[in-house]
Design a protein around this ligand. Structure first.
Ligand code: HEM
Length: 148
């Protein structure tokens, strides 16, 4: 199996990066939608439109992209010679990727709040939370590229 993973390595990396791009697109856009949703005047039609956009973004793009990122990422981890566990970067990357996944779950819970008409957070909170994935992405990309 490890021989097969070594053969497939460049394509696994391609699929990993494509999945990452799709996941990150959603993870940056959904909190922006929450900002506008939280600040909208109470018009039921607009509320319904935001709910549809948020549900489709999360279920149609972000959830499958996150799963694909994990699957191809784990395949890369299992590829011989790719990860040296005594280096620091696999651990900084791993911790940041787990934090990114927790952030994704937090967004999914907030989407449910909006769907139930029970959002309690302000647009400002969502604007601030939008910085979390940016910081995590910087640490992740630095980890895999610099390989400290
Ligand atoms: C979800 C769990 C993830 C796992 C298990 C994982 C694991 C890996 C592994 C083992 C590599 C191979 C490194 C190499 O080829 O030397 C890699 C490459 C890469 N990962 Fe991930 N990754 C994950 C998520 C992410 C996320 C969330 C991002 C970006 C925000 C990301 C960005 C990248 C990039 C840009 C590369 C290519 C680095 C290069 O080839 O120079 N990964 N990943």
């Amino acid at each position: 199996m490890f021989d097969l993973l070594a053969l497939a390595y460049p394509w696994t990396l391609v699929l990993h990066i494509v999945s990452v791009i799709s996941w990150m697109a959603g993870i940056f856009y959904l909190p922006r939608l929450f900002v506008y949703h939280a600040e909208q005047v109470t018009d039921p039609k607009t509320d319904e439109m935001f709910q549809t956009m948020e549900r489709r973004l999360l279920r149609g793009i972000m959830n499958p992209a996150m799963i694909a990122t994990w699957v191809f990422g784990i395949m890369l981890l299992l590829t011989p010679g790719i990860v040296v566990w005594s280096d620091v970067w696999p651990w900084t990357k791993g911790a940041s990727v787990i934090a990114m996944t927790v952030f994704h779950q937090w967004l999914a819970k907030r989407r449910k709040d909006f769907a139930a008409g029970q959002n309690t957070r302000t647009g400002r909170t969502y604007r601030m939370m939008n910085e979390v994935p940016t910081l995590l992405m910087v640490v992740i990309v630095a980890s895999v590229v610099v390989k400290f």
